[in-house]
Ligand binder design. Structure first.
Ligand code: AMP
Ligand code: TRP
Length: 326
């Protein structure tokens, strides 16, 4: 059976980009593969975050995973920092990675890049991500489009390691969804929806109230030519709405476009579809989030399952580079 792994940072409210680009596919994959999903809390430390906020964001995201349909009896759900081998393998990989290849990462550049005050953790972040993946002999990594380059780096690091120290790691592939891989901001549709954008109207969070979702879609930027057509270059605002609607229905955006003549009708139905898509998740979320004892017990079981795999891979890699076993 193929193995998949993915992770999301607990760095604030999950938006529908995270949902359609990642979480929705995690749920599909858990039924088809041996799936590992983590909350990558160590990655969230690359930003300056208050300790109690990080802790509560972590439980929020675990509850979102469960509410979205990830089932700990079917997949392995865990917290990255509970499995120490992630940082241990990251070190081995850092000792094979070059400054040049990490400097080329566009996310690093977007987040400020190579400056005197830049955190070293932000620079080495993709190597920790590579360790997350390579520890589990993963075939596929379901992620949104923005992670493509990090996956390429992971493959490069794995190939280099294998070449130098003998066949060690499975070379993973990114699986990027056909629709929803890149959900754009509703106010600035040429930029991807993200947690860090200042326009709150442009981002729909998974836990937004239905009235809030309606309002944001109603106010979404479109254009004045009045023709419903899927064209990301010429009509990026409309294309964003069509993609969101399409991701809810599981069809191509062009199919949705054919059904409509007026922007207003499209917006109304897109909002309704999205509200329906998120409703069951929102209903279940509170239940999981309000029981931190159960969440922690679940994470403990997940970590034990993850550790059983990770510790073996790590030992194999450590032996290969010449670290003497205890
Ligand atoms: P992040 O919030 O950056 O940790 O991303 C978590 C997951 O959501 C990753 O797999 C991203 O590729 C995906 N993701 C983030 N933003 C978007 C977006 N606007 N559209 C599609 N996928 C996204
Ligand atoms: N870097 C990813 C992001 O920002 C999160 C991540 C960390 C990840 N480790 C991973 C994704 C392992 C997939 C697999 O979204």
């Amino acid at each position: 059976m193929a193995r998949v792994l993915s992770g999301i940072q607990p760095s604030g409210a999950m938006h529908i980009g995270n949902y359609f680009g990642a979480i929705k596919n995690f749920v599909i994959e858990q039924g088809q593969a041996d799936a590992f999903y983590c909350v990558v809390d160590l990655h969230a430390l690359t930003q300056n975050v208050e300790p109690e906020i990080l802790a509560s964001n972590t439980l929020d995201l675990m509850a979102i995973y469960l509410a979205s349909g990830l089932n700990p009896d079917v997949c392995t759900l865990f917290l990255q920092s509970h499995v120490v081998e992630h940082t241990q393998l990251a070190w081995l990989l850092e000792c094979t990675a070059s400054m040049g290849e990490l400097r080329r990462m566009t996310q690093f550049k977007d987040k400020g890049g190579d400056q005197e005050g830049t955190r070293v953790g932000l620079f080495t972040y993709p190597v920790l991500m590579a360790a997350d993946i390579l520890l589990y002999d993963v075939d596929r990594v379901p992620v949104g489009d923005d992670q493509r380059q990090h996956l390429e780096l992971t493959r490069d690091l794995a190939q280099r390691f294998n070449h130098r120290f003998g066949e060690m790691f499975v070379i993973p592939e990114a699986t990027i969804p056909a629709v929803g891989a890149r959900v754009m901001d509703l106010q600035e549709p040429t930029r991807k929806m993200s947690k860090s954008v200042s326009s709150p109207l442009g981002t729909i969070n998974m836990l937004d109230e239905p009235s809030e979702i309606e309002r944001k879609i109603k106010k979404a930027v479109t254009d004045t030519d009045g023709e419903v057509r899927y064209d990301t270059a010429v009509k990026p605002g409309l294309a964003t709405l069509l993609s969101i609607f399409a991701a809810c229905e599981g069809v191509a955006p062009t199919i949705i476009a054919e059904r409509y003549e007026r922007y207003g009708d499209l917006k109304r139905d897109a909002a309704a579809a999205l509200i329906e898509e998120l409703r069951p998740i929102q209903q279940r979320y509170r239940e999981y989030r309000d029981d931190p004892v159960a969440l922690k017990a679940m994470m403990e079981l997940g970590a034990a399952k993850a550790r059983a795999v990770a510790s073996q891979t790590y030992r194999r890699a450590a032996d290969a580079v010449g670290l003497v076993a205890p």
